[in-house]
Design a protein around this ligand. Structure first.
Ligand code: PAF
Length: 295
């Protein structure tokens, strides 16, 4: 174990289990925040919430190779452990778990968890192996950190549904169920969702990127004003996005928030998930808003 800026960094599962046993012997409950590092204010708000609920809070930092496709950004994904440790210290986390790839996959990635039902559409359709990688690593991280509660951000909406379903359907989880808590997306002042990948944006791209959130808000406002048609909502978001010709739009959809499946019209008590994925330059951005239909 090495100590940096007062936040201990654990790199092995065995040390992690020893730390957990020690916290439990003190009567502590354990919150965890799984991350890929390059922490931002969105992560900090998850750490603060976990610290308000648990005496011990572990943040995992692991850029998980199995959730990146062959032409994705695994190699260039931003990494800066010293910076991350300052964020953890400021947000009142207890410890960082930063394993190597060999520690997490000692024999290579030989077995995979596949979650059915919420993985086929949206991100899953465009990144076919992504959610197998996410479900597998989150399950391994839970087995390493043995938390009572795990915190995730709503920005990765589909990921949160996959993880919930993975936990609810796993026999291991039935014995030792991890509570999954989803916290609201943290945004920059101009509405851009905070993301580690925002660092890829050039100055010009960064100025254009908030158009994604503006398109989502236009659809939220339309629903609030009584619009119920999926087609109209999706056309509205597309029109807003198309004002930025630098965007390549992967999807702009209005789907049911539980199933991520489209309905032709949304009815009272439905929750609509408005979801956008768009690329600008070398950066792929995703964002969403949830809105309940009333009346
Ligand atoms: O959201 C992320 O940062 C990652 O997908 C997660 C959940 C840490 C798994 O690698």
């Amino acid at each position: 174990m090495s100590i940096k800026r007062d936040i201990p960094v654990i790199t092995t599962v065995a040390e992690m289990h020893a730390w957990v046993a020690n916290q439990r012997s003190l009567g502590h409950t354990i919150g965890c925040i799984p991350t890929m590092g390059y922490l931002h204010d969105g992560h900090a708000s998850l750490i603060r919430e976990a610290s308000a609920r648990h005496q011990s809070v572990v943040i995992s930092i692991f850029v998980n190779p199995t959730q990146f496709g062959p032409s994705e950004d695994f190699e260039r994904y931003p990494r800066d452990l010293d910076r991350d440790l300052s964020v953890v210290a400021e947000a009142d986390g207890s410890i960082v778990f930063a394993p190597t790839v060999d520690e997490m996959y000692p024999n290579g990635p030989q077995s995979t968890i596949h979650v059915d039902g919420v993985t086929e559409m949206l991100e899953g359709a465009l990144r076919p192996t992504h959610f197998d990688g996410v479900a597998t690593v989150v399950s391994l991280l839970f087995e390493a950190m043995l938390p009572d509660e795990a915190f995730f951000g709503q920005k990765d909406l589909q990921q949160t549904l996959v993880i919930r379903r993975m936990v609810e359907s796993s026999p291991i989880a039935a014995v030792r169920r991890v509570k999954i808590t989803i916290m609201p997306t943290q945004r920059e002042a101009d509405g851009l969702a905070r993301s580690s990948r925002n660092v890829y944006l050039t100055k010009e791209e960064r100025a254009l990127a908030p158009a994604i959130h503006q398109a989502l808000i236009a659809a939220v406002n339309a629903i609030t004003s009584g619009e119920r048609s999926r087609e109209v909502l999706e056309a509205l978001m597309l029109r807003k996005l198309q004002t930025v010709d630098r965007f390549t739009i992967d999807y702009a959809v209005a789907v049911d928030a539980q199933t991520l499946l489209p309905k032709e019209t949304y009815d009272q008590d439905d929750t609509v998930a408005l979801c956008i994925a768009a690329r600008i330059g070398r950066t792929r951005l995703i964002d969403n808003e949830l809105i309940g239909v009333t009346g």
